[in-house]
Design a protein around this ligand. Structure first.
Ligand code: AMP
Ligand code: ZN
Length: 482
């Protein structure tokens, strides 16, 4: 059985679902005013591994994700500038163009990292009527009030507001409100906006009609509204980065449970942050690392995925180029070892089952991906047929999604090419299997033997012009395309 740490109870628990064998899963999606940074993508990688682990262990999963394309302010405490508008101003585009551009960029990054697209992806701007309906319901039930042009959720109506932490109101008040002017319309410090009509910005770009005037939804309401529509009233698993726990998830719980009148989601999964030596990576800091930057520097995005899998999702992870270089070394060695396995069809089912059980146990142990990676090495070390090993690795890769077998096959072909060797008169040419090049290399050798060094140099230059580099080695030469 899958054991997961639950932020709501602060314990590792057996994962339970409302309908046996079926998981309703929700993930907070990206705010599309800028590229996702590799910290955001750490969260999406680990959530992808979670979803695939559930499917792999037999669950049927319906996964829903929002795209925040409206109303997400630069501060989680309902203050600050609209992030979308900030992006539009920065790039001289409309808010909707910005949203489209960065949504596409997000999914392109996900593809490079082998992150599966959720079953349902819903931009917040597409479901405004549902949010309005929910806000109306909360007002009717006495959980929300209209003040100074905005609709607020009244946190004093709840028995328990701080679901994820033991903070008292005083502590939070200082942390959240530092440097921010007081919103005097709020009845309680942690009340939050469900619907804004009083925007601080004259040029608020996206606005809709509502019973309270023209305005736009608060950030938290979108996740509740989208999940209720596509996951139903009983959510089994809610995911996000740890910074989402307060206030975002806390507010989602407050408004959703007040609206539906019962407990909403039992299991809360939070991924801890990717940090650099100078602290948490964040979009608002302006300078951050993207998948494109990794590629520009010559790193395979899947090496970053493996780097994430090497540590537990509930620990902070420090990114550095040195760590990436180590990950490259580990990844290449791993692929090299798999490439040395000989495909065949003598799979030993008993060994397969025994080893697979270890991999499953690692995943079911609060998604211990580091342990799951160790299980990969256990396969390589096992005393069994290569066919069994390859079958196991293909099976594990459904969850790991590191393209282990495809990369090993490419490596095998590369090795095969590199291994072409031709020996003539005691002189061995090792190359990439091109007879014309081998012939030129041989001519150069003959010229050198005849002490015709000018001709030997001419042939070297001719090969160089074709992008071929020759290295003289004992008893022959090696050439490769550069
Ligand atoms: P955003 O696009 O800012 O709404 O964030 C998208 C997701 O990334 C959310 O689940 C955040 O909690 C998560 N996140 C933000 N910063 C980091 C970080 N440095 N490391 C890991 N996850 C993060
Ligand atoms: Zn959310």
């Amino acid at each position: 059985m899958m054991q997961l740490y639950n932020s709501a109870t602060r314990k590792k628990e057996e994962f339970q679902t409302h309908t046996p064998g079926h998981v309703e899963m929700y993930t907070c999606g990206p705010t599309v005013y800028h590229f996702a940074h590799i910290g955001n993508l750490r969260s999406y990688i680990m959530e992808d591994v979670l979803e695939k682990s559930l499917r792999y262990t037999g669950y049927d999963v319906n996964r829903v994700m929002n795209i925040t394309d409206v109303g997400h302010l630069t501060s989680d405490a309902d203050e600050g500038e609209d992030k979308m508008l900030k992006g539009a101003k920065r790039e001289n585009k409309t808010v909707m163009d910005i949203a489209k551009f960065y949504t596409d960029a997000f999914f392109s990054d996900c593809e490079k990292l082998n992150i599966k697209t959720p079953d349902v992806v819903q931009p917040a701007t597409g479901l405004i009527d549902d949010f309005i309906h929910m806000v109306e319901g909360l007002i009717e039930k006495g959980f929300a009030y209209f003040a100074g042009g905005n609709v607020y959720f009244d946190t004093s109506k709840l028995n328990r507001y701080y679901v994820f932490n033991d903070h008292n109101e005083e502590d939070l008040a200082v942390g959240v409100r530092e440097g921010v002017e007081e919103d005097t319309n709020k009845r309680n410090k942690n009340d939050f906006v469900l619907w804004f009509t009083k925007s601080k910005f004259e040029d608020q770009a996206l606005k809709w009609d509502s019973p309270w005037g023209v305005g736009y939804p608060g950030w938290h309401i979108e996740c509740s509204g989208i999940s209720l529509k596509y996951n139903g009233e009983y959510l089994d698993l809610h995911c996000g980065g740890i910074d989402n726990a307060f206030p975002h998830h806390t507010n989602e719980i407050a408004q959703t449970e007040s609206f539906v009148g019962h407990e909403w989601c039992k299991q809360w999964f939070h991924v801890h942050h990717l940090n650099t030596n100078s602290g948490k990576m964040s979009k608002s800091k302006g300078e951050f690392l993207t998948v494109s930057l990794l590629e520009e520097k010559g790193y395979d995005p899947l090496v970053y995925r493996m780097f994430c899998l090497q540590s537990h999702y509930r620990k902070g992870l420090v990114f550095s180029w040195e760590n990436m270089d180590n990950a490259v070394g580990t990844f290449n060695k791993l692929i090299g070892r798999i490439a040395n396995l000989k495909p065949g069809d003598d799979v030993d089912q008993a060994v397969f089952d025994e080893l697979k059980a270890k991999f499953v146990a690692a995943l079911e142990n609060d998604l211990n991906t580091a342990q799951a990676m160790t299980a990969v090495y256990d396969v390589l070390k096992a005393k069994t047929t290569d066919a069994t090993k390859l079958a196991l690795l293909a099976d594990y890769d459904y969850v790991l999604s590191l393209n282990l077998l495809e990369k090993a096959e490419a490596k095998r072909q590369e090795n095969a090419k590199a291994a072409t060797a031709k020996t003539e008169g005691g002189y061995t040419i090792v190359g990439e299997g091109d007879p014309a090049i081998d012939a030129l290399v041989m001519q150069r050798y003959e010229a050198k033997k005849a002490k015709n060094f000018a001709e030997a140099d001419r042939i070297r230059d001719e090969l160089k012009a074709q992008g071929i580099e020759i290295v003289d080695v004992a008893g022959g030469a090696q050439w490769k395309k550069i």
